[in-house]
Design a protein around this ligand. Structure first.
Ligand code: SP5
Ligand code: ZN
Length: 342
């Protein structure tokens, strides 16, 4: 399987995140991608190529222009106002606060265009996030060109980012950008299967009213898990998109048998939908030793996830999302890919 990878992810290196009431070093760190790339090499998965540059157009097919513009200029605006530590949002427009005005000040804009504080913006963030999207788009082009599958080794991840907000370590929604590119290149229907431990709220939001993209997500029950405010089973799509969104909230402690049952149900829905192409939001924070997550999948279970995805028999783009047990992230992510190829 072809892997697409760019070293520029390294330019995005947030310093701290707020967790358990204290500032801790960011869990979403460059070493994550290094470990996955190392494993791709170790097992000889296939060629590793750099991304091509697809420019701004595919980004604004799923994100708003004003949001992309904000991301592009945020670091410059932040430093222009005298700061040089990571830019972080601190205030959000909830409920009866005003949503009809985009603040002029960068601190206001950071809050307007985010839903949590897990999104540091640094000097290299724009370059890293646009290259991460280019990694996904290069994989998308390979699959459109006839490859059975490709692995977009994206970092930063993307599935929490919606049309105009960032959050949860995500800025541009790489999987959604790739899914839209498949459609723009002639696919009629795309399924996105999100196996990251956290609900793919951004991806759901982007496609919620549409029937040309089916979205399915297996994740920790938002009643007790981040992102808390989306990802429940009764979110089934709206308008034209009614019936094309499927959430599988699962309890803390979920291990392989229950996970597999949910995955089988999701796969049956994908088969019934009959997509031209499949996009996998590949998070491996479902691992038993993940430091911020509460499922209990083991190394070998990831091989089985890959086998089940392969049985769908669709051209498949794997897009890297979360996974914070850094010593095992390469083994687990690449196990999915090896299970797929077996
Ligand atoms: C892409 C991705 O996986 N993003 C995840 C963002 C999660 N951010 C919030 C984490 C909250 C963890 N709370 C658990 C406390 C453990 N003591
Ligand atoms: Zn996650």
């Amino acid at each position: 399987m072809l892997t697409i990878y760019s070293d520029t992810h390294r330019l995005h290196h947030g310093k701290a995140e707020l967790i358990d009431g204290t500032l801790k070093p960011c869990f979403e760190m460059p070493r994550r991608a290094d470990m996955v790339l190392g494993r791709v090499r170790e097992v000889g998965l296939g060629d590793i190529v750099p991304p091509r540059d697809f420019g701004r157009h595919p980004l604004t097919r799923v994100h708003t222009e004003r949001y992309v513009h904000f991301l592009e200029h945020a670091w410059q605006d932040w430093t222009a106002s005298g700061r040089d530590y990571d830019a972080l949002p601190l205030v959000w427009p909830v409920r009866d606060l005003r949503l009809d005005r985009v603040p002029r000040d960068i601190d206001g804009r950071l809050g307007f265009f985010s839903f949590d504080a897990g999104v540091p913006i640094t000097a290299g963030t724009w370059q890293a996030i646009t290259d991460s999207a280019n990694v996904a788009l290069t994989g998308q082009a390979a699959v459109t060109g006839g490859a059975r599958a490709a692995f977009a080794l994206c970092r930063p991840p993307g599935h929490h980012a919606a049309a105009e907000y960032m959050g949860g370590y995500c800025y541009l929604n790489n999987a959604a950008i790739a899914a839209q590119a498949f459609l723009d290149d002639g696919a009629g229907r795309v399924s996105i299967l999100d196996v990251d431990y956290h609900h793919g709220n951004g991806t759901q939001s982007i496609f919620y009213h549409r029937r040309d993209v089916q979205f399915l997500s297996l994740h920790g029950d938002p009643d007790v898990e981040y992102p808390y405010f989306l990802g429940f089973a009764d979110e089934t799509g709206a308008g034209e998109g009614e019936g094309y969104n499927h959430n599988y909230p699962l309890p803390h402690g979920t291990a392989w048998p229950d996970y597999a049952a949910a995955l089988d149900n999701a796969c049956a829905r994908i088969a019934a939908y009959g997509p031209d192409v499949l996009v996998i939001s590949l998070g491996v924070d479902t691992f038993e030793h993940d430091p911020i997550s509460q499922f209990r999948l083991r190394n070998a279970d990831y091989l089985e996830i890959g086998r089940r995805i392969a049985r769908l028999g669709r051209p498949t783009l794997f897009v890297m999302e979360g996974g914070y047990a850094v010593e095992d992230i390469g083994i687990n992510a690449v196990n999915v890919l090896m299970g797929f190829e077996a």
